[in-house]
Design a protein around this ligand. Structure first.
Ligand code: SF4
Length: 74
């Protein structure tokens, strides 16, 4: 099964600073209260240095990246 890499936000600790969606609006968007929601974009092609930069921009350490399986087209 194929995999993609996606960002995740821990909604328990996200404080809504907005740094993530200011830096990477293609990957995060604000909800109605300003808290971050991942867009689900596949980050497989993004350099690790950029991923680390985006993770590091969150002062609450609420951002992580994980691999997620996707059904391959047969
Ligand atoms: S930078 Fe961190 S705390 Fe701020 S909105 Fe993004 S995930 Fe939430």
């Amino acid at each position: 099964m194929a995999e993609i890499r996606v960002f995740a936000v821990d909604t328990e600790i996200c404080a809504g600073h907005g740094r993530c969606y200011a830096l990477a609006p293609e990957s995060f968007e604000p909800d109605d209260s300003g808290y971050a929601e991942p867009t689900g974009r596949d980050e497989s092609g993004r350099p690790q240095t950029e991923i680390d930069q985006i993770i590091g921009t969150c002062p609450e350490e609420a951002i992580s990246v994980a691999s997620a399986p996707v059904a391959s087209e047969a």
